[in-house]
Design a protein around this ligand. Structure first.
Ligand code: NDP
Length: 451
């Protein structure tokens, strides 16, 4: 068994099973058996079951959000959005089973027909930063495609995923079609990688573990999707609406206490606007509301663990703090929103993913330098460009090597559009209209028309 700790109170909120390797193998075997039944459920019925699952999630938004506040310390506003995102993603992909049409391709001597075949048992390994949405981005399209799913939540944040598995059964999904196995990455996650009946690993987490999963999957040529770390740039040109860019910047990095792979943790500001931008940014940062995440007004809660807080602090101790916000005294793994003035692109806080409420700011001279600095990282997940010049917005967006960009906005994830990283931020894409096909293999069948 494993104690789940509240990052707000530092007290035990629940005790959950730590699934063993043997139990994981047994669950995979049940999932494999269920696949034979699930894949032949008619597309219309599969769609109806996913819609019913979405409805049941919708009926439990408050309960799921409350669980996430207690388990993960997310603000209640964010947690409601996260539960709603699971509902929306299920609804979106419930349209897929009845639209998984292949192609008919005329070829010499006959005709070729393509089919999207489900893979079998698909695994989803979820990190602790967004336990509900990241689970849904994996399991919803995977189930829609006709696969069964085994899912491992992060050890620190298993509560909502375990509840979602119960809600799936309540909605009528057959037993063993969607299985949540709480436990350690080195045990449960490792079996997902090594077990031959698991045909795909959908992993979100650190680049380091992602690389080891990719290497492990190579052994069986197992399909893998990797959604890894980031160090995204928020590029602000002098011609931008500076007040809007500065007011939005804290939310782009301090939301979820900065524990966000899409966090815009590097702000690049055109030198001529640097002083004005910093003057506008300061009140937005000092006014950021860090308080009990159960309060409706909270904008930021604590970090997930004492370990994460200490890691974040280690980047700030030696750096030049420009200004920072404040956090409540007393229990909880709090760390204040902090703005650092970068002095060099070699500063560790400029280069490394901190995964906390810390942002580094650096001036740039011109458009070419902005692109060069934005690309001077091993990561490429997200980013923003603020300018009133449409042509520049397009040029810089094409120049920045990253998977998800926003111009005059800081949004990253929309379930209608593909999401994923370039360079060491990942491999493959989640969400968007093509995500279901990523959980299938395309089969072509040739029909000879010769007499
Ligand atoms: P990890 O990559 O260690 O964990 C992510 C998930 O993978 C967890 O469910 C974890 O299980 C599991 N896992 C760990 N090791 C293995 C393994 N060998 N085989 C299979 N699964 C495994 O991230 P951390 O939680 O340790 O966070 C460390 C850093 O990673 C953060 O500070 C941040 O920089 C980055 N990160 C990035 C995320 C993103 O969204 N891109 C998300 C989370 C972290 P377990 O719970 O047992 O550890």
């Amino acid at each position: 068994m494993h104690d789940v700790i509240s990052p707000v109170t530092e007290e035990v909120v629940a005790t959950v099973p730590a699934t063993s390797a043997e139990e994981t193998d047994a669950a995979i075997a049940r999932s494999r058996a269920a696949f034979e039944r699930w894949r032949v459920v008619s597309p219309g019925d599969r769609a109806r079951l996913l819609r019913r699952f979405a409805t049941v999630v919708d009926e439990h938004i408050e309960e799921l959000a409350g669980l996430e506040v207690r388990n993960s310390g997310h603000t209640i506003g964010n947690a409601r959005w996260e539960a709603g995102n699971v509902r929306d993603v299920l609804n979106y992909y419930s349209a897929a089973p009845e639209r998984m049409t292949g192609r008919q391709i005329p070829v010499p001597g006959g005709m070729d027909v393509t089919f999207y075949e489900p893979l079998g048992v698909v695994s989803v390994i979820v990190p602790w930063n967004f336990p509900m949405p990241i689970a849904g981005w994996g399991f919803a399209p995977a189930l829609a495609a006709g696969n069964t799913v085994v899912l491992k939540p992060a050890e620190l944040t298993p509560m909502t995923a375990m509840r979602l598995a119960e809600l799936a059964l309540e909605a009528g999904l057959p037993e063993d079609v969607f299985t949540v196995l709480p436990g350690k990455g080195s045990v449960v996650g490792q079996r997902f990688v090594a077990h031959p009946d698991v045909r795909k690993v959908c992993f979100t987490g650190s680049t380091e573990v992602g690389k080891s999963i990719m290497a492990g999957c190579a052994d069986q040529v197992k399909r893998v999707t990797l959604e890894l770390g980031g160090k995204s740039a928020n590029v602000v040109f002098a011609d931008a609406d500076l007040a809007k860019a500065a007011a939005a910047a804290p939310y782009a990095v301090f939301d979820n206490a900065g524990q966000d792979c899409c966090a815009r943790s590097r702000i690049l500001v055109e030198a001529s606007a640097y002083d004005e931008f910093m003057a506008l940014l300061e009140p937005a940062v000092t006014g950021f509301r860090c308080e009990d995440p159960a309060r409706e007004t909270a904008e930021m809660g604590p970090l997930i663990s004492a370990q994460q807080r200490d890691l974040v602090a280690s980047y700030v101790d030696a750096a030049d703090v420009a200004f920072r916000g404040s956090v409540p005294a007393g229990p909880g793994y709090w760390f204040p929103p902090t703005v650092l003035a970068a002095t060099s692109t070699q500063d560790p806080h400029w280069r490394e993913e901190i995964f906390g409420p810390v942002v580094s700011v650096l001036p740039f001279a011109d458009e070419a330098e902005a692109i060069r600095l934005a690309n001077d990282t091993e990561y490429g997940l997200s980013g923003s460009i603020w300018t009133r010049d449409l042509g520049r917005g397009i040029r810089v967006a094409r120049g920045v090597e990253t998977g998800n960009l926003s111009v005059n906005s800081n949004s990253s994830v929309r379930y209608w559009t593909p999401f994923g990283g370039m360079k060491q931020s990942g491999l493959g894409r989640e969400l968007g209209p093509d995500a279901v096909a990523a959980f299938t293999d395309v089969k072509n069948v040739f029909f000879s028309t010769e007499e």
